[in-house]
Design a binder for this molecule. Sequence first.
Ligand SMILES: Nc1ncnc2c1ncn2[C@@H]1O[C@H](COP(=O)(O)OP(=O)(O)OP(=O)(O)O)[C@@H](O)[C@H]1O
Ligand SMILES: [Mg+2]
Length: 276
Amino acid sequence: MKRKQGLEINAKIGLDRKDEFMSRLLRVESVMKYYGTKNNVTKAVDDISFTVKQGEFVGIMGASGSGKTTLLNLLGTIDTVSAGHIYLQEKDITELGKKELASFRRENLGFIFQDFQLLDTLTLEENIAFSLAMNHIDTKKIPIRVVEVAKKLGIEDILYKYPYEVSGGQKQRCACARAIITNPNLILADEPTGALDSKSATMLLKTMKQMNDQWDATIIMVTHDAFSASYADRILFLRDGQIFNEIVKGNQTRKQFFDQILDVMSVLGGDMQNVR
Ligand SMILES: Nc1ncnc2c1ncn2[C@@H]1O[C@H](COP(=O)(O)OP(=O)(O)OP(=O)(O)O)[C@@H](O)[C@H]1O
Ligand SMILES: [Mg+2]
């Protein structure tokens, strides 16, 4: 009986919609974030809605001050919404209490920051292992898992080093390993290539694409830069706290998508002047 009902529902909503419903990971609904006082309000995020499917790699672009970091911080529960709702796997994360937040972040999210945010007094291995230990993983299994991930990201030979002993690119790949090792539902990256030279940036983007392709990691990446953005499947463009454009890579090559991104940026002209 249950199965029959299910089939009927599927027939009603159609296959495409069913697919969308089943694989939807994140749903952002009319989210707002205001700063300041009544007489002097900054609408940093001003009524934003979108969804992200499991396994998508989404880029967020926009001029300086357009609300990119604010939006990412709301998704990461680092900041709280002024209004609206954010659902991760249909759970409303805007309603989580202080106590639930820490474990929610630890269990569901991975963060990659522009300035790496590694702990200086720990080796790379310890930095990566730290997030697993926090999740109460069997301590015997931790070194095996760290080496496995480090190998994939090409940093297994430098695991014993401290952050100050390695390059920016290597630090950022360590940050990627730290983000992915707990197998999070969602990885949030704010300008991850911002502090890297172009060679390290390319290597990092390939690493992120690899995490996306091989491990089905869902990634939301904020970036100023068209080259970085071209690694995503889809890009949301923000202006004054709102989404005003969205482009999808589809079957295009990365180069074609890169050109399309540049086109959007040039059409926007003055608005994107701050975009590096
Ligand atoms: N804590 C805060 N208090 C007050 N205003 C804030 C705060 N954080 C951000 N804003 C304002 O909200 C708007 C959006 O800022 P946000 O940092 O999200 O921009 P952004 O797109 O990430 O910019 P950038 O590219 O420079 O990093 C800006 O006008 C900013 O000044
Ligand atoms: Mg920012």
